[in-house]
Design a protein around this ligand. Structure first.
Ligand code: GLC
Ligand code: CA
Length: 542
């Protein structure tokens, strides 16, 4: 029973998979909790806060990479896929974390980074040792162009050429990211076997799923053709976007690999994979695979990329819903460790509206740690910059440190994240923006998140129900979620001005279940709705 059924299901959460009805919470482990005062978060830290996550009400945690790594890209450069980096802990500590999480009904999703290894991975060390090495073909090696330069024009996502010259063997190797992250050659069957076995290693340990890093990048053009120039590129945009990625991303062959990953997961019960894929929606949906045999959830990043405008977002939701194949389950994301935080993108007041949107849309929500307390991007002074992307391409605001700062637990020193020196500084406002303070304040954004999550868990209409858009104007968005005979109306005001929403067409009255301001309740029966600026409401239709 691993595949999505084509039969319509009754709107009962029990008929749905955990990853359909549940809420995913992303933890960036370096920044969550540090228990040994080295300034970097660790597995014991995560384990020590499972109480909090349970109180918050999420169903699954996705932990960004915790595997052995030289940390050139903070764990996305892996030198041993089947062990834990000492900075995060040990395999025993990982087993204890999983057991503890499972004991509380929490699923655990790990990050799987198949596109590239670290340049210190023994596979690459062997591959680069000689042209005749048994693992030469495990990576992407090419002769120089006739002029001695790189084999083609491909660019690295982190700035500069994607080809690194290897003096000793007289060839270039390809790296879509840092030169410390050589790309694996997934056309090689031994690579496929070794990497699929990595999945099995963690599945055997009880892991419930994987977030698959840059899934669309995994296979490259066999003829190594030059990528075409992107005529829309302008200075200030990321340098790698000077070229289209026609020959380096989203090749048809990627789908075969995704299917193989899926088959490995399907050897186990109810495991899932979510793909990190930045592509237009029409291409994104291909990653569900033919009849749903691909990724269970190809990440839908539209709420990160779109302007924060009611019409743009409402249209995008409708379009996405219309394009989804019948077997595909939707999902939504507001932020992650690579993108500016939602509170910074839309402001503190709208971050609450965004929370209501995320947790009332049809489809699995993925939250990013700290967004639930309203953390914002933290400007990082030059000498404290950690992110290699910022170091390679400085000054364009591309660096990702600002959204990776320590979780703000309390008003204690370093926001209660560490008693040592934190690897990135906490936000300057941590004394007021933190878990301890906000838990005590009934209308904090944290309590709003908590209430929204409780509501989503209690209402099948929200977790698994149908969704239908309603006409709305200007800054308003409205939709109805429905399960059995119960209908919930959601109206969101994406602007700062008060607005009225006309309920006359609905021919019914409603009782307010929750406002983003957390100051209206079911005793308020409405047949016409007045929304304050930056307010969203969930209404039970009577
Ligand atoms: C993904 C990760 C990002 C990382 C990159 C290279 O986009 O989310 O953090 O730097 O892949 O692995
Ligand atoms: Ca630590």
């Amino acid at each position: 029973m691993n595949h999505a059924s084509l039969e319509p299901k009754p709107f009962q959460p029990a008929h749905y998979k955990w990853w359909e009805r549940g809420i995913i919470y992303q933890i960036y482990p370096r920044s969550f909790v540090d228990t040994n005062a080295d300034g970097v978060g660790d597995l014991l830290g995560i384990r020590s806060r499972l109480d909090y996550l349970q109180w918050l009400g999420v169903d699954a945690i996705w932990i960004s990479p915790i595997f052995t790594s030289p940390m050139a890209d903070f764990g996305y450069d892996i030198s041993n896929y089947t062990d834990i980096d000492p900075v995060f802990g040990t395999l025993d500590e990982f087993d204890a974390l999983i057991a503890d999480a499972h004991g509380r009904g929490l699923k655990v999703i790990l990050d799987y980074v198949p596109n590239h290894t670290s340049d210190r991975h023994p596979w690459f060390v062997e591959s680069r040792s000689s042209r005749n090495s048994a693992k030469r073909e495990w990576y992407i090696w090419r002769d120089p162009a006739p002029d001695g330069g790189p084999p083609n024009n491909w660019l690295s996502n982190f700035g500069g050429r994607a080809w690194e010259w290897d003096e000793k063997t007289g060839q270039y190797y390809y790296h879509a990211f840092l030169k410390e992250q050589p790309d694996l050659n997934w056309r090689n069957l031994e690579v496929q076997k070794a990497m699929l076995d990595v999945l099995r290693f963690w599945l055997d340990r009880g892991v419930d799923g994987f977030r698959v890093d840059v899934m669309h990048h995994i296979v490259k053009d066999p003829e190594f053709r030059d990528n075409p120039v992107n005529l829309e590129w302008r200075p200030g945009m990321p340098p790698y976007r000077e070229l289209l990625t026609t020959y380096t991303s989203d090749l048809p062959e990627v789908q075969d690999i995704v299917q193989k990953m899926r088959s490995a997961l399907d050897e186990y019960d109810e495991r899932m994979m979510v793909g990190e894929i930045y592509l237009p929606v029409e291409r994104l949906i291909a990653y569900y695979g033919a009849s749903g045999k691909g990724a269970h959830l190809p990440f839908n990043f539209q709420l990160i990329g779109l302007p924060w405008k009611a019409r743009d977002i409402a249209n995008a939701i409708e379009r996405y819903e219309a394009l989804l194949p019948s077997y595909a389950w939707p999902n939504w994301v507001l932020g992650n460790h690579d993108k500016p935080r939602i509170a910074t993108r839309v402001g503190a007041a709208q971050a609450r509206v965004a929370a209501m949107l995320l947790l009332t849309l049809r489809g699995t929500p993925t939250m990013y740690y700290g967004d639930e307390i309203g953390m914002h991007n933290v400007p990082i002074p030059g000498e404290q910059v950690q992110d290699p992307y910022e170091k390679n391409v400085p000054g364009l605001g591309l660096g990702r440190d600002p959204e990776r700062t320590p979780m703000q637990w309390s008003g204690e020193e370093h926001a209660g994240f560490t008693t040592g020196r934190p690897w990135l500084p906490p936000a300057e406002d941590f004394e007021s923006v933190n878990v301890a303070v906000e838990r005590k304040s009934p209308n904090s954004i944290l309590n709003l998140y908590h209430r929204l999550i409780q509501l989503r868990r209690a209402e099948p209409a929200l977790s698994v129900g149908d969704s239908a858009p309603l006409p709305a104007e200007e800054d308003l968005m409205a939709y109805v979620r429905k399960a059995h005979e119960r209908s919930l109306l959601i109206v969101l005001n994406l602007g700062a001005r008060a607005r009225n929403f006309n309920m006359a067409d609905l021919k019914c009255r409603g009782s307010i279940l929750l406002s983003t301001h957390v100051d209206r309740g079911p005793e308020e029966i409405v047949d016409e709705l007045e929304l304050r600026g930056d307010e969203g409401v969930v209404i039970e239709l009577l």
